[in-house]
Design a protein around this ligand. Structure first.
Ligand SMILES: Cc1cc2nc3c(=O)[nH]c(=O)nc-3n(C[C@H](O)[C@H](O)[C@H](O)COP(=O)(O)OP(=O)(O)OC[C@H]3O[C@@H](n4cnc5c(N)ncnc54)[C@H](O)[C@@H]3O)c2cc1C
Ligand code: FES
Length: 279
């Protein structure tokens, strides 16, 4: 069944908020889950987190960063147009309960992925400390939404154009020294999640990361999203996306995430050398 785009709002130069009609998914979605969509018959399948749901309208909200062919095409779709298919909700939902004092960390477009988790933790009665960071002010999305679900909100940009200059790990290091926390949730680029895991480990503070490995089918069949957690092979799409950060093999995850980038790089090198038949 095709899904109608009911809203398409620009958040910054490369990120859009899309509201899409998908009643069955909206009714079942839980924080931390994602969908896999295909724009048209020739389209690639891509995974995106369900950022919000609107039960009255039967819609889901996706926050999409344009990074390649499919996300660029998706963001260009006008209101009233249709997406061919969406499967979901996929993945295991984040375990939401009253932990006590929790930290929610989002980096870049990962802010869109931590927001539903922070919102649910807040609603469950937790004392939520949130730390969100991005390259520059324009990429620091969902500030007001994060403020509304956080007791303390720390805002950072790499260049200091908004909030404090620095990385989310700077604030994390400081607040870990001053407070006792019960759990940490983090979503963002792999290096950021690896640093967070390294910071919380000495405190034996349980830390959950949501992994964005490269997916193809999203249903546990292709093995593309494979990660090693605690020495065991897991598939992010069906066993995750949430995992114990202290057990994730971030080095392997990082090299697997780069495999398409290096393929692109090799193509470009061959093209530069005049050998363009690789395309
Ligand atoms: C569970 C899950 C949830 C996600 N949620 C969101 C979300 O809410 N919002 C959002 O904007 N993106 C999200 N992503 C990432 C998104 O799926 C990719 O950006 C998208 O698949 C890229 O497709 P493309 O065709 O536009 O780009 P491609 O041409 O396929 O890739 C462009 C570049 O992005 C890199 N890339 C591709 N897929 C990923 C990935 N999964 N992680 C990191 N880099 C990647 C490639 O290596 C390449 O360099 C999520 C990924 C997963 C696995
Ligand atoms: S995406 Fe194919 S197994 Fe997870």
């Amino acid at each position: 069944m095709a899904h109608k785009i009911v809203k398409n709002v620009k958040l910054n130069s490369s990120v859009r908020r899309l509201e899409i009609h998908a009643e069955d998914i909206a009714n079942k979605a839980l924080p931390g889950q994602f969908i896999v969509l295909r724009i048209d018959e020739k389209g690639e399948r891509i995974p995106l987190t369900i950022c919000e749901t609107n039960l009255a309208e039967g819609t889901i909200v996706l926050i999409v960063q344009e990074v390649g062919a499919t996300t660029i095409k998706l963001c260009k779709l006008p209101v009233g147009s249709y997406i061919l298919d969406i499967i979901g909700p996929l993945g295991k939902s984040t375990e939401i309960k009253k932990y006590g004092k929790v930290i929610c960390i989002g980096g870049g477009v990962g802010i869109a992925e931590i927001y539903p988790v922070a919102k649910a933790l807040h609603a469950a009665g937790n004392n939520v400390f949130s730390i969100i960071g991005a390259r520059t002010e324009e990429f620091l999305i969902l500030k007001e939404q994060m403020r509304s679900v956080s007791k303390n909100l720390y805002l950072l940009t790499d260049d200091g154009s908004f909030g404090r200059k620095g990385f989310v790990s700077d604030v994390l290091g400081e607040i870990l020294k001053k407070n006792n926390f019960d759990i940490v949730f983090a979503v963002g680029p792999v290096p950021m999640m690896a640093v967070v895991a390294g910071q919380t480990k000495p405190y034996k503070l349980k830390t959950i990361v949501s992994l964005n490995s490269i997916m193809v089918d999203g249903t546990g069949m292709c093995g593309s999203c494979r990660v090693t957690v605690g020495g065991e092979i897991k598939f992010v799409c069906v066993d995750g996306p949430d995992f114990d950060a202290h057990k994730v093999d971030f080095k392997e995850l990082s090299s697997r995430s780069l495999r398409f980038k290096s393929a692109e790089k090799q193509c470009l090198l061959k093209i530069e050398k005049g050998n363009s038949n690789v395309l």
